[in-house]
Design a protein around this ligand. Structure first.
Ligand code: NAG
Ligand code: NAG
Ligand code: NAG
Ligand code: NAG
Ligand code: NAG
Ligand code: NAG
Ligand code: NAG
Length: 569
C-alpha cells in the first residue's frame, strides 16, 4: 500500500519522466537525538547532474508531504511547517538530518533526486528506539506466608519503544511462569499521543520455606540499555511445625546437677513463649526457650514436656532419669578391736545405675574389699571406701585400731662386731605399746619407735656362763615371754661363725669344751690375781670402789658396751 502510493506519487510528479525506485532501507534512531537519513544512493554511484533534491514524508493521511527542497542553483527551502518545523536540514550527500527525534517521527521518508534525465527515488523507514525511563517495582510484598500465592510486586517500565519486556529474577535466576507457584502477567499499554509503550509485569509467588531471605528483582533489557529495579528481600512466614525438647546434660544425669530444658521450635517468626510441663506443674517462660532446674534429686525423674503457649497441640516430651547413689558403710568412725576377733564390714549400695567401688588402706589402693576374720595387728589402719557413679562420688571410712596382749614375733641373738658381748633382738607386736623386759642384766642398745603395733629391742649381754635369756613383753592385756640360750663368750672373737638359736650344738660341742676349759683356767687365774690384788690393797686401805664389788674388768666392759651402743645408733 505504501509502495503503491509512493509509486503513484512518483508517477504524478514526474509525468513523462523516467521514474526509478532504487531502494527501501530502514534506519533506527535513538529518541531525542539527531538522526541522519541518507538519500539512499550511498550504496550506489552518486548520480550526476543533480538538478533538485526533495525529501518527503508520508503523512498519516497516506499522502506524501514535502519536507525540504533543494535546487542546484538555490538554497534549500524548508517547506514543512508542521511537526518537523525547525527540526529538519540537509546533510552531506543530500541526507536528511532530523533532530530531536520523536516516536511520532516514525514512518517512511523518501528522497527524490532529479537529474537531467532521470528521477531517482530512495525510500527509508525510520524506527525510533526509546529506552524505558526506568524500572520501578511497586506493590511490594516482603513478608510471604508459606504456600500462599501472593502478589510479590508489580514492575513498570514506562515510555519505551518498542515496548519493554520485563523479566523477574529470584537470587539472580530468571523465573518462569509455571502455572503453579509462579505466575507472571505482563501487559503493554501504548500512549496514543507519544506512541510510547508502558509495560507492566506482575509476579505472583507462592513461597517455600527455603525462599526465606531470597532476593527478587525485575529487569529489562532494551536495545543496549539495561534496567533493574531495586531488589526486595522476602521473609517467608510460617507457623511452627515441629517442636523438640532438649535436655542438658545429655549423658548420665545424676543428683545435684542443674538440668536445663530447652524447647526448640521452628516457625517464622519463631515462637517466643513456651509452657514447660514438669510433672504436673506448668511453668511459662517468655522471651526465652529454656528452663533450668537446679540441684535435681531422684524425685525429679519423670516425664517432661514443652508446648507452645498458643498451640497446646504442638508438644514435645522426654523422660528424664536422675541417677542416684546412696551408700552406707559399716562400721564407721574409730573401732577398737582385739586381735583374733572378727569384724564384719558391710557396704550397702543403692544406686540407679552401675557404679564402681574402690578401697584404700592408709591411702594405698586395695585390690579388694577388706575382710577381717581374725584381726591381726597388721590390720590396724584407716580404711576408705569410694563409690562412683558417673560424676557422682561418695566416700566413707573407718579407722580400725587393734588392741591386745603383746606377742613376741622373734627373739634372736647376734655377736657384736668386736665379739665382746652378745646382742639379743626381741621383736614384738602389741597394742597399747608393750613394755619389754629381760631377765638378766645387760645394756639396752636400741629400741625402735612403736609403729603399727610393732616394737623391736636390741639388748647387749656379756654371758659368763650358760644362760637362758628371757624376753618378756607385756601391756594391760597380757604378756608373752620367749627364751633363748646364750653360751658364754669365747676368748677369741669368732666373727666367721655367727651364732644363732637354730645352730646345732653338736657341731660346736668340742670347741665349746676346749673353750670352757680355757675359760675355767682364765677364771681361776683371774681369781688368784684378784685375791692377790685384794690382799695387797687391804694393806694400804686404798679405794672404796673395790668394796662396792666393781671390778676393773666390769668397768672396762661397760665402757666397751657404751662404745658399741654408740655404733649401733
Ligand atoms: C557521499 O557519497 C559518496 C559515495 O557516493 C561517498 O564516497 C562519500 O563519502 C559521501 N560523503 C559523505 C560526507 O558522506
Ligand atoms: C547450678 O545452679 C546454681 C544456681 O542456680 C549455681 O550456683 C551452680 O553453680 C550451678 N551448678 C552447676 C554445676 O552448674
Ligand atoms: C542440693 O540438694 C541437696 C538435697 O536436696 C542439698 O542437701 C544441697 O545442699 C543442695 N545443694 C545446693 C548447692 O543447693
Ligand atoms: C515416658 O515414659 C512413659 C511411661 O513410662 C511413656 O508412656 C512415654 O511414652 C515415655 N515418653 C518418652 C518421650 O519416651
Ligand atoms: C537401700 O534400699 C533398701 C530398700 O529400698 C533400704 O532398705 C536400704 O535402707 C537402702 N540402703 C541405703 C544405704 O539407702
Ligand atoms: C644384776 O646386777 C645387780 C647389781 O648390779 C645385782 O644385784 C643383781 O642380782 C643382778 N641380777 C642378775 C639377774 O644377775
Ligand atoms: C653349758 O652348755 C653346754 C652345751 O649346752 C654344756 O655342754 C655345758 O656343760 C654347759 N656348762 C655349764 C657350766 O653348765
Amino acid at each position: 500500500m505504501h509502495l503503491l502510493s509512493a509509486s503513484c506519487a512518483c508517477a504524478l510528479l514526474i509525468h513523462a519522466l523516467f521514474c526509478q525506485v532504487k531502494s527501501m532501507e530502514s534506519v533506527h534512531g535513538a529518541y531525542g537525538e539527531t538522526i541522519e537519513i541518507p538519500c539512499g544512493f550511498r550504496k550506489f554511484e552518486k548520480p550526476e547532474n543533480i538538478v533538485m533534491v526533495k525529501w518527503k514524508y508520508e503523512h498519516e493521511t497516506g499522502f506524501l508531504k514535502d519536507l525540504i527542497v533543494k535546487r542546484s542553483d538555490k538554497d534549500e527551502a524548508i517547506s514543512n511547517q508542521d511537526a518537523y518545523k525547525d527540526r529538519v536540514s540537509l546533510g552531506s550527500n543530500y541526507s536528511l538530518l532530523l533532530s530531536d527525534v520523536k516516536l511520532t517521527d516514525q514512518g517512511t521518508f523518501t528522497c527524490f533526486l532529479v537529474t537531467s534525465g532521470n528521477i531517482l527515488e530512495y525510500r527509508t523507514t525510520l524506527e525510533v528506539i526509546k529506552s524505558p525511563a526506568g524500572l520501578e517495582m511497586l506493590d511490594k510484598a516482603e513478608e510471604l506466608e508459606i504456600g500462599k500465592l501472593t502478589k510479590l510486586g508489580v514492575c513498570t517500565a514506562k515510555d519505551a519503544n518498542p515496548a519493554a519486556d520485563i523479566m523477574w529474577l529470584k537470587n539472580n535466576q530468571p523465573l518462569v511462569d509455571d502455572g503453579k507457584g509462579i505466575f507472571i502477567t505482563q501487559s503493554v499499554k501504548e500512549d496514543p499521543v507519544t506512541l510510547s509503550s508502558t509495560t507492566t509485569s506482575t509476579l505472583e509467588y507462592s513461597a517455600k520455606k527455603e525462599d526465606d531471605g531470597a532476593e527478587f528483582i525485575c529487569r529489562t533489557k532494551h536495545s543496549v540499555e539495561e534496567h533493574a529495579s531495586s531488589p526486595i528481600t522476602i521473609t517467608v512466614t510460617y507457623s511452627t511445625e515441629t517442636i523438640e525438647l532438649h535436655v542438658t546434660p545429655q549423658d548420665l544425669l545424676v543428683e545435684g546437677v542443674n538440668v536445663t530444658l530447652k524447647c526448640v521450635a521452628d516457625g517464622n517468626p519463631p515462637p517466643t513463649s513456651f509452657n514447660f510441663h514438669l510433672k504436673g506443674e506448668t511453668v511459662k517462660v517468655e522471651n526465652k526457650n529454656t528452663l533450668t532446674i537446679p540441684n535435681v534429686t531422684r524425685d525429679a525423674s519423670g516425664e517432661y514436656r514443652c508446648s507452645l503457649v498458643d498451640d497446646r497441640a504442638l508438644e514435645a516430651s522426654k523422660n528424664i532419669t536422675v541417677n542416684y547413689l546412696d551408700f552406707n558403710l559399716s562400721p564407721s568412725g574409730r573401732i577398737v578391736m582385739k586381735t583374733g576377733e572378727a569384724l564384719e564390714v558391710t557396704l550397702q549400695i543403692n544406686s540407679s545405675a552401675s557404679h564402681s567401688v574402690s578401697w584404700k588402706k592408709n591411702g594405698d589402693i586395695l585390690d579388694k574389699e577388706p575382710k577381717f576374720h581374725k584381726i591381726a595387728y597388721s590390720d590396724s589402719a584407716v580404711y576408705e571406701c569410694e563409690v562412683t557413679l558417673g560424676p557422682l562420688s561418695r566416700k566413707a571410712s573407718f579407722e580400725l585400731v587393734v588392741e591386745g596382749a603383746p606377742v613376741i614375733t622373734s627373739l634372736s641373738k647376734q655377736h657384736s662386731d668386736d665379739g665382746n658381748h652378745r646382742v639379743l633382738i626381741c621383736e614384738a607386736e602389741g597394742n597399747p605399746k608393750p613394755a619389754v623386759t629381760w631377765n638378766i642384766n645387760g645394756t639396752l642398745l636400741y629400741e625402735s619407735p612403736f609403729t603399727n603395733g610393732k616394737i623391736t629391742q636390741k639388748f647387749a649381754v656379756v654371758p659368763s656362763e650358760n644362760l637362758t635369756v628371757l624376753c618378756t613383753v607385756s601391756n594391760e592385756f597380757g604378756s608373752d615371754t620367749k627364751s633363748i640360750d646364750v653360751l658364754p663368750l669365747q676368748l677369741k672373737p669368732e666373727k666367721i661363725l655367727p651364732e644363732d638359736t637354730e645352730r646345732s650344738r653338736d657341731q660346736t660341742k668340742l670347741v665349746v669344751g676346749v673353750v670352757l676349759g680355757l675359760l675355767v683356767a682364765t677364771v681361776l687365774i683371774g681369781l688368784a690375781y684378784w685375791l692377790y690384788l685384794k690382799n695387797s690393797k687391804q694393806g694400804s686401805w686404798k679405794t672404796a670402789e673395790n668394796e662396792n664389788g666393781t671390778s676393773e674388768e666390769e668397768k672396762k666392759l661397760e665402757e666397751k658396751v657404751e662404745n658399741s651402743q654408740k655404733a649401733e645408733v
